[in-house]
Design a binder for this molecule. Structure first.
Ligand code: 0GY
Length: 295
């Protein structure tokens, strides 16, 4: 399919990631990763903002085994729009070893949700990042949030730090557990004490249903590898909210422009995020299992 050719400036995932030195705890979950296609079996959505390389379930599960993870949570990527077939197919293939987070529209039926639930989907994704999606009215998201409550799904929300103030009333209105991608994308050079990041900490402090992913140092870092500039953000969040944090590789790393991380090196970074064995077990096993495998 000629219109599905990967973007000229697309960076492909690392071809040969290292074997991590950090030994993951038994039963660790990669709780933020994606599948892309492969197209044409699973075509990219007409409304997509980028066309990636193919990165299908076989490659994802080979990476899982190579890094030492037991399970995956596959988050619907925006290049597939609301066509969740690639993600659902990947979940079905893995059986109980994968869960999914879907993007759905207001027309989704109870039967559709029920089928996805049977395949392993346990969440919906609401995206506010303007370079990735066209805007969805908030009342539409609220309607979807109410529909999915029956299935006990949580909601993953993606936004950038500058948008938090405006989104706060909406986030507080959502039912169930809300998981914020990548700590709400703080502007790292501003530091942890900046009012923007303090606003995020206050939001989590005052709302016990709000969780976050302590993910994507390669995306948030301004200094680049080994991403030391992001460490204080992760440590602050994990020390305060160790029962409400998740970690994932973000493989196959959509829209990275500066460099492509080595996924093994990302695993080696985990002890800088969560510094004790107890924090690591909560981050990698207890929290994702409670959120995605309890029902
Ligand atoms: C991420 C981040 C990005 C992309 C997506 O679904 C997506 O397209 O999530 C991004 O470009 O920042 O979490 O993978």
């Amino acid at each position: 399919m000629s219109d599905q050719k990967m973007d000229a400036d697309w960076l492909e995932f690392h071809p040969d990631p290292k074997k991590p030195d950090f030994v993951l705890p038994q039963g660790a979950v990669d709780a933020h990763c994606h599948v892309f296609g492969p197209s044409p079996e699973f075509p990219y959505a007409p409304e997509r903002k980028y066309t990636p390389c193919n990165a299908g379930k076989d490659k994802l599960y080979a990476l899982r085994d190579h890094l030492g993870f037991s399970r995956n949570v596959i988050v619907q990527a925006t290049c597939h729009g609301k066509d969740n077939r690639a993600m659902v197919d990947a979940c079905r293939t893995a059986g109980d070893l994968a869960r999914g987070v879907a993007s759905v529209g207001p027309d989704i039926t109870r039967d559709d949700l029920s089928d996805m639930h049977a395949a392993g989907v346990r969440g919906g994704r609401f995206n506010f990042v303007k370079r990735l999606v066209d805007a969805t009215p908030r009342e539409v998201f609220v309607g979807i949030a109410e529909k999915i409550q029956e299935f006990g799904w949580s909601i993953v929300v993606y936004f950038e730090a500058a948008d938090l103030e405006d989104l706060e009333p909406f986030l507080k209105q959502l039912p169930g557990i809300i998981v914020v991608d990548h700590m709400g994308r703080p502007d790292v050079p501003k530091g942890v004490d900046h009012p923007d990041f303090q606003r995020f900490i206050k939001l989590m402090t005052e709302n016990e249903n709000i969780w976050t992913k302590v993910t994507c140092p390669e995306r948030l870092s301004v200094a680049g590898p080994p991403y030391d500039d992001v460490i204080p953000f992760y440590q602050t969040i994990v020390d305060k909210f160790e029962d409400r944090v998740l970690w994932g590789t973000d493989w196959p790393h959509p829209n990275m422009k500066s460099h492509m991380p080595d996924d093994g090196a990302l695993v080696d970074y985990i002890p800088k995020i969560a510094r004790t064995p107890e924090q690591q077990r909560k981050l990698l096993v207890d929290n994702p299992m409670r959120l995605y495998w309890a029902q």
